[in-house]
Write a protein that binds this ligand. Structure first.
Ligand SMILES: Cc1cc2nc3c(=O)[nH]c(=O)nc-3n(C[C@H](O)[C@H](O)[C@H](O)COP(=O)(O)OP(=O)(O)OC[C@H]3O[C@@H](n4cnc5c(N)ncnc54)[C@H](O)[C@@H]3O)c2cc1C
Length: 348
């Protein structure tokens, strides 16, 4: 069977790019082994325009954020499922100095589109925010497992749920034969699986383990709290609290240390006791050494592409960069230099 693209991996990246290529009328097959999924199905799914300890605009935020809501709404329409929640993020101030600093930030044209309000007083008896806090907008969270399940139905026969065996790939001229498919091009969207690929093992991935909790707590404000940890209200009345970051013990499952770290940090912002920890999950983010995604074409193997390396911010990065990757694949438009894998060609 002749196809245009064989996509390896149906996490957030493969789902988005697969959707965009099918939308352009291309013949696509996706191969995914769901049990391998260590990131998209665990992620909290937050998109937060102002991040980091120093609270700066997310890298390329001015390009990424206008794409987020329309793209996921389009996928909601295509799948008939609801997975996008627009919600403010509230970040309590720790000191009067921080409050003053934010007052200064409020006129910054880069930050303004994302700033809803600066509070100068405590907003809720259950919150430790005696100096007030900043309420961010154009933010929220994506229920990625529901999106992926919706895309499974959307892809239908185009999705094969099994392990991809790279050694079974046979190059035939400019095309690739894999089992019954003859593909004009391959696209690796297989997260950390790409580290084992003969084509892309040269890329400097830097996997980051993350642990995340679901818990019960009697405090339900209409916003996500984000200070040290984030605390996202879930539709079932519980809260998602996360995440940890570690570069060690990647194979180890959930740890008591991480649970304690998250609960301690939560206690620093929310006064109400935790009633129960309902779930504790672990994932590994497909992060990269320079914290920028990996997009592009293998320099030697014909028509072998990668769309990967979305690290801790796949939800924000994938809508914009899947459009850029589509244009690169279909129209040969150049990729942004910061994300193009050509920056690592001397590593081969
Ligand atoms: C604890 C935690 C919290 C996070 N929170 C957030 C957040 O709040 N916001 C945010 O934007 N991001 C968050 N992330 C990061 C987010 O999960 C990633 O950026 C994104 O999901 C990566 O998607 P992906 O499709 O590139 O990779 P993956 O989700 O890893 O998908 C790769 C797919 O390839 C498949 N695959 C691999 N090898 C094979 C093979 N040989 N054969 C067949 N299939 C294969 C896997 O099964 C998987 O389905 C978090 C991650 C973790 C772990």
């Amino acid at each position: 069977m002749e196809i245009d693209f064989l996509i390896i991996g149906q996490g957030l990246a493969g789902s988005a790019l697969g959707y965009r290529l099918i939308h352009e009328g291309r013949k696509v097959i996706l191969i995914d082994q769901p049990e391998e999924n260590k990131s998209s199905r665990v992620a909290a799914g937050l998109f937060n325009p102002v991040t980091g300890r120093k609270m700066v605009k997310t890298w390329k935020g001015e390009l990424l954020f206008p794409e987020i809501i329309p793209f996921y709404q389009e996928l909601e329409q295509a799948t008939g499922k609801k997975f996008l929640t627009l919600q403010h993020i509230y970040r309590p101030f720790l000191s009067i100095e921080e409050q003053n600093e934010w007052m200064g930030h409020s006129s910054d044209p880069e930050i303004q589109p994302f700033l809803n309000k600066i509070e100068v007083e405590n907003q809720h008896a259950s919150l430790k925010d005696s100096f007030g806090g900043v309420l961010l907008q154009n933010s929220g969270w994506l229920d990625i497992p529901t999106l992926l399940d919706g895309m499974v139905t959307f892809f239908g026969d185009r999705l094969v749920q099994e392990e991809f065996q790279e050694e079974e790939l046979v190059q035939e001229g400019e095309a690739w034969q894999y089992k019954q498919w003859r593909a004009k091009a391959l696209i690796y969207c297989n997260g950390l699986g790409a580290m084992r690929s003969r084509f892309f093992s040269f890329l400097p991935f830097a996997p980051v383990k993350g642990e995340i909790l679901e818990l019960k707590q009697d405090f339900n404000p209409p916003f996500i709290v984000n200070r040290g940890v984030f605390r996202v209200p879930l539709p079932n009345g519980n809260f998602r609290v996360g995440s940890t970051y570690t570069w060690h013990d990647l194979e180890e499952g959930p740890t008591a240390t991480a649970q304690k770290e998250l609960l301690d940090k939560l206690t620093e912002v929310v006064r109400v006791p935790v009633e129960e920890v309902v779930a504790h999950r672990v994932g590994i983010r497909p992060a990269t050494k320079d914290r920028k995604p990996f997009l592009g074409k293998h320099p030697e193997a014909p028509h072998v592409y990668v769309f990967n390396g979305f690290g801790a911010k796949g939800v924000s990065l994938v809508p914009y960069f899947s459009a850029q990757m589509r244009d690169f694949l279909l129209e040969n438009k150049p990729l942004a230099a910061e994300v193009s894998i050509s920056r690592y060609f001397n590593y081969i």
